[in-house]
Design a protein. Structure first.
Lengths: 464, 487
């Protein structure tokens, strides 16, 4: 838009009001994505504003990228172009909350923390404990498709997003789903928006099912000499009657990462001593309930941990939060722990996690790259490569390791992507994994919602 | 053209896999709804390759193509609205793979819902979606309709349990979407295809999650003198942080109809009962059962019964799951609605439904998933009477409009199909329907696959689709319909 200059600026001001348009260099810099700066930052105050902006952008052949807390903007390929940044922070109201109905309708730019406060007053919550929790917005969580430890029990947004409103690439205001907890009226368009990185629509509001806050949460941590033993405990829990709230496996290096300066940015309370060991794997299990339930979980977990060969177990109660926050914030902590952190997301069938972890570990170690991993019990592994520098040598090693991981993962019947890495390395890495056989179907969908490529162009699978 | 199409279909599938004589087609005019539509022919593929060839022939002869499982649907989704090849998946009914370690099963679309659960019960697993028709309905149908059931309150609906699909697009293209592992890369094609009511693809293979059976299940029956007490109980249970596995309500009239049929020992003189189930580890289920019983009593429950064993539990559920059959004994036909409302609006909505019944002169029974506000009003009428048919549609529309006014939706689990397509504009703008229909057109460009479903016809929403049931001496009983109606 650089060529359009002041004319465009005044037209944008007409759309959203002059105070909601910024071309200040500092402001533009703070909306940078993969080193690209927008020509203007717009702050819509309504869904109508969003629709007007997108229509304007379409007519001017400009591109639009919406963002909330700007905590996950580096996911995906660099945008093909980035003219207008949509700062969704003014769309920050709870539209409706009916505790008795367990439903919440909220504007996209609302921070999850604010939502949490409102819900907690009624003993409820939205089980979306995703990384960068302090700054993240509900719209950003859904558009980026990130997950959190609570998915073990509650699932992801996909399982409790009831509907949403959005603006298509043509500037059409639309909605999908509804505000009731059960609904099959029309296609589930809202599911398409999850994890689509804003390439299909600008989400303006979302409806969720809410949940009762679990009572008296506890944490159980068991340490093991090997990943195989840790995975064995995971398998035993899956076969048991227990239904824990969280279940994650941590690699040995997490012990070091979680007490680093990077970790203290997210949690000031110290990690309870002796919970993790820098030479051992750990399985962390969250559960909740009345005293009898807590006692049952603890007894069962102690017993089956022993069967799996645990060297040490810890039960966390009042000091649970210090450990819990670190587990939730594994990704940002890892990102802050190396100048060139590259995180591979691997999804495999749960019983193949040990094979996937072994393959990833072998690839990293044969290339002399430090690494750390967090694996969710459902078969999702975040494998962080932590090179000591962002140089050519490190890049070559990371390319070699990730290539091996993509192949190993495909052999195991799973998939792998690289959601986080240095921008400069993106051209060298397979960010979206191996070739996607469903690309033609995805292209069809992109064409329906954004045929002109106005919205977040180029960031998604195959450059959609 | 028809004879050439039949000839080609027979040479593809064999004579015994193609039906076309009027008396053969009669059974396939129906599903579990009150809609009727006769297909041009009915075919029974045995393989994915067969399905691909059928799609090819449909394109060659420009004939509509409709998928069908057991025909238990309640919105006419599996009817050939304007003729065409009805592709019935009952012979593609093999369980292809069971992976106990990873809690996955891969099935052909014609596998019956409860057969899958039975096949994995020995390992303490089940397929969680449990529509009332689960002994007849197929998993392919469940996926197409995104079916629910009583236990979806805690366990989710079909879309929450379906991981990957093999499907044939109306263009003939074979696709495989999703992944048995979670979080498949790219747009959530599974989310779009599950519940698309057979308008995007014919499903040929499905991988689902299997869920561990709870260690302990407690089933309670609470008897109330007023509907308000029953509905307030529902809200209060969640306010106490309990998510029951199921929370079903039957009103007094329905209860009496059910008791006369199943003899479950339901009380005959109350306004409503709640059928509640809590489950989990023993300690949690026992505590929740106590809490739920206490909440029921706080809201003036006259009686709270706790099933003492599996037999008593089954008896209580038999009353619920056979309720539609019980009502079928009392009336030649009934019309079942599927509106959803925020559950705090239950008392007002039930009162309004009662008034609508009086206004139109119909007995309406209410049986529903109270926990998630999914209503199933059963309007008793005689479909042989064209005037009654017209009035029952009008009464039903009024109920749906009220649900929408309450902030609800048209259908919670039965689908839009050909029954509620004309009501879609009440919920969605023209632009919104435009977006959805462009999604359909992207995958079903010629419109040959399940045409005239979900989307309102261009004729506008005032037109009512009325085709009274034919009279064959006596009125056809709903239980004679092909399959068991779902709920």
């Amino acid at each position: 838009m650089s060529a359009t200059g002041t004319t465009s600026h005044s037209r944008l001001a007409d759309l959203v009001g002059s105070t909601n348009v910024s071309i200040e260099p500092e402001q533009l810099a703070s909306f940078e994505i993969d080193g690209m700066r927008p020509a203007a930052v717009l702050r819509p105050e309504s869904k109508a504003h969003v629709a007007e902006i997108v229509k304007f952008a379409g007519s001017e052949k400009l591109s639009v990228i919406a963002s909330g807390g700007r905590t996950k903007l580096n996911i995906g390929l660099p945008p093909k172009r980035y003219d207008l940044a949509l700062d969704m922070s003014a769309l920050n109201k709870i539209i409706a909350y009916d505790p008795g109905d367990l439903t919440l309708s909220v504007e996209a730019g609302t921070r999850l923390l604010e939502v949490g406060k409102a819900l907690a007053q009624h003993g409820q919550f939205l089980p979306l404990a995703v990384p960068s929790l302090r700054h993240t917005t509900v719209g950003g969580i859904v558009a980026s498709g990130v997950d959190g430890p609570l998915r073990q029990f509650y699932g992801t947004a996909r399982d409790f997003l009831l509907g949403l409103e959005f603006v298509t690439g043509e500037g059409v205001s639309a909605k999908s789903g509804g505000r009731v907890v059960k609904n099959v009226t029309g296609y589930d368009i809202h599911k398409l928006m999850i994890g689509s990185l804003g390439t299909l629509g600008v989400i303006t509001s979302l409806n969720f099912k809410t949940f009762p806050l679990p009572m008296s949460p506890r944490g159980f941590v068991a340490r093991f000499r090997s990943a195989a033993q840790a995975c064995d405990l995971r398998n035993r829990i899956a076969k048991s009657p227990l239904t824990p709230i969280t279940l994650d496996i941590l690699s040995p290096r997490c012990a070091e990462l979680f007490v680093s300066d990077a970790a203290s940015r997210f949690e000031t309370a110290p990690l309870p001593a002796n919970v993790l060991s820098s030479t051992e794997w750990a399985v962390t299990v969250g559960y909740a309930g009345n005293e009898k339930v807590l006692a049952r979980y603890e007894a069962d977990l102690r017993r089956i941990s022993q069967e799996s060969g645990a060297t040490n177990v810890t039960v966390l109660a009042e000091n649970l939060n210090a450990a819990w926050t670190r587990k939730r914030e594994f990704i940002p902590i890892a990102l802050a722990s190396s100048p060139a952190t590259t995180i591979v997301k691997i999804t495999v069938l749960p019983a193949r996690m040990n094979d996937a972890l072994t393959a990833a570990q072998n690839a990293a170690e044969s290339n002399s790259l430090p690494w750390a991993a967090l694996a969710r019990g459902l078969g999702i592994i975040y494998f962080a490569l932590l090179p000591s520098a962002q140089d050519d040598e490190s890049r070559k090693r990371v390319v070699s390791v990730t290539t091996a991981m993509h192949e190993a993962c495909a052999k195991l019947g799973g998939q792998s992507t690289i959601p986080w890495c240095p921008t400069a390395w993106k051209p060298y890495l397979k960010i979206w994994g191996l070739e996607n056989p469903n690309f033609p179907q995805m292209q069809k969908i992109k064409t329906v919602f954004d045929s002109q490529g106005v919205l977040s162009p180029g960031r998604f699978v195959g450059g959609l | 053209m028809k004879s050439e199409l039949l000839r080609d279909l027979k040479s593809l599938l064999g004579d015994d896999a193609v039906l076309h004589r009027p008396e053969e087609l009669l059974l396939y005019e129906y599903d579990g709804s009150v809609e009727i539509a006769r297909p041009t022919c009915v075919v029974f593929p045995r393989t994915t390759a067969h399905v691909q060839q059928i799609v090819k022939l449909a394109n060659q002869y420009q004939t509509p193509l409709i998928g069908r499982g057991a025909g238990t649907g309640l919105s006419g989704g599996a009817l050939a609205r304007n003729g065409g090849i009805l592709t019935v998946f009952s012979r593609m009914n093999r369980i292809l793979d069971i992976d106990l370690e990873n809690q996955r099963a891969t099935v052909q679309p014609g596998v019956v819902n409860s057969d899958l659960s039975a096949a994995v019960a020995h390992a303490g697993l089940h397929f969680a979606p449990d529509p009332s028709s689960q002994k007849a309905c197929t998993i392919g149908g469940n996926v197409s309709e995104n079916s629910g059931g009583p236990h979806t309150l805690a366990y989710g609906v079909t879309t929450n349990h379906t991981l990957s699909l093999e499907a044939v697009l109306p263009t003939g293209e074979l696709i495989r979407i999703g992944n048995p592992a979670l979080d498949p890369t790219g747009y959530d094609l599974m989310g779009l295809f599950v519940g698309s009511e057979g308008t995007l693809a014919l499903i040929t293979e499905i991988t689902v999650k299997l869920t561990r059976l709870p260690e302990t299940v407690k089933t309670l029956l609470a008897v109330f003198e007023t509907l308000d007490d029953a509905t307030e109980t529902v809200v209060d249970i969640t306010a106490r942080g309990i998510t029951p596995a199921a929370c079903e309500m039957l009103d007094g009239w329905t209860l009496r109809a059910v008791e006369a049929y199943v003899h479950a020992g339901f009380p005959l003189d109350c306004a409503a009962v709640l059928l509640l189930e809590v489950d989990g580890v023993k300690e949690a289920a026992e505590q929740h059962a106590e809490d739920v019983a206490e909440i029921c009593r706080k809201h003036h429950a006259r009686e709270v019964r706790v099933a003492r064993d599996a037999r008593e539990r089954d008896l209580l559920w038999k009353g619920r799951k056979n309720a539609f059959g019980a009502v079928g004994r009392l009336s030649a036909t009934y019309y079942v609605q599927d509106g959803v409302i925020p559950r705090t609006k239950l008392p007002a909505t039930l009162r309004h439904i009662n008034e609508i019944g009086k206004k139109y002169g119909f007995q309406i029974g209410n049986i529903f998933h109270a926990g998630d506000g999914n209503l199933h009003p059963l309007i008793l009428f005689d479909a042989r009477d064209q005037d009654q048919f017209r009035r029952v549609i009008a009464a039903s529309d009024e109920i749906i409009k009220f649900c929408i006014d309450m902030g609800g939706a048209i259908t919670g689990e039965h689908g839009v199909g050909m029954e509620k397509d004309r009501l879609m504009p009440l919920l969605f703008t023209e632009a919104e329907l435009g977006v959805m229909s462009r999604v359909r057109d992207a995958f079903n460009p010629s419109g040959l696959l399940n045409p005239d479903k979900i989307f309102p016809s261009k004729k506008g929403c005032g037109e009512i689709h009325i085709r009274p049931l034919p009279v064959h001496g006596t009125a056809p009983q709903p239980t004679n319909a092909p399959g068991v109606p779902a709920a």
